[in-house]
Write a protein that binds this ligand. Sequence first.
Ligand code: PLP
Length: 364
Amino acid sequence: MTDWRNPPRLFIPGPVKVNEDVLQQLARPTVGHRGKEFAQLYAETSDMLKKVLFTDQNVFLFTTSGSGGWEAAIRNCVGLDETVLCTCCGAFSDKWADVAKSCTKNVEVLQVDWGKPVLAEMIDEKLATGKFAAMTLVHNETSTGLTNPVEQISKMMKEKYPDVLVFVDCVSAMVGLALKFDELGWDVAFASVQKAFAIPPGLTVVAVSNRALEKSKNVPGRGYYLDFQQFAKRVEQNQTPTTPAIPHIMALNYQCEKLLKEGMENVWQRHKQMGDFVRAWAKEKFDLFPEEQYASNTLTTVKNTQGINVAETIKAIQQKHNTIFGNGYGKLKEQTFRIAHMGDITLDDLKELLGWIDEEIGQK
Ligand code: PLP
């Protein structure tokens, strides 16, 4: 019998495991969001986030899940008569294109097969038409376990299309993968905190370039809840426009302190070590779903070459060890399965899980 009061240990690619000390931050006495204590909490957290993201520009905190970032980038920064290029390579980047359309913007899709990366030259070919004001890109596609070559793409964008705004979904990338916002020249980048920040869901970190913020002033139909201008006005007082998820900001403050103490290069390296470890196992027992060169360091999408019953395997491990990992996403269900290795998950955690999967599939 499952019981939410005694939930399984999580290796699904978000929400991920949250350590007890982090959970305790969410249980701190609450403060008023217009009071001095909140302003102190906000200022500290925002300063640390800027260091984590290597930016001197704007960082906002949305009380939404990551999807709020999708909508905000589009609604704030794409004008009525402009067209946005949505690059799609899996379930989440595909969905962002749908969201952009639902915001009634002009959208053109660049689709690549799931498991393949979006390459700089593909984007270059589309942008050469000169009709795009902005483009969307997913840093790490959580359905296929693939990291797009964002460095090369960003370099090409800076050299050839400096006027095209770049919006990046970093939901399953931020903190786990190298990300220097200002150096990359991005305009909007966001991530919800239930992934590599290892905090329960409910908050999204959004970095916004000065030029994107400036542009948003003249974009109609921004709405209210995710309006960059509202956030910019309140940020001056170290506040948010509406009552935020204050406990989450306390937990974020705590996690940022730990990240900066460890050093971001070390944090990224730790994720790479976990990625290498799970990939080595996956290649020995199964195969990787994405092209190996682009396989992610925050989660592995394993190609089910043995034809195991993934749902049954997950169920068996849940019954025996109260632990779950992820089935394939959407159309990749049963053909693949996914193991998260981000945030506060450790190599020891992963050794235990992979041992249990080995036991279940009869291979030690
Ligand atoms: N983008 C990516 C890459 C994701 O993995 C997810 C969720 O897993 C989302 C966006 C949507 O985020 P949320 O569920 O926090 O709204």
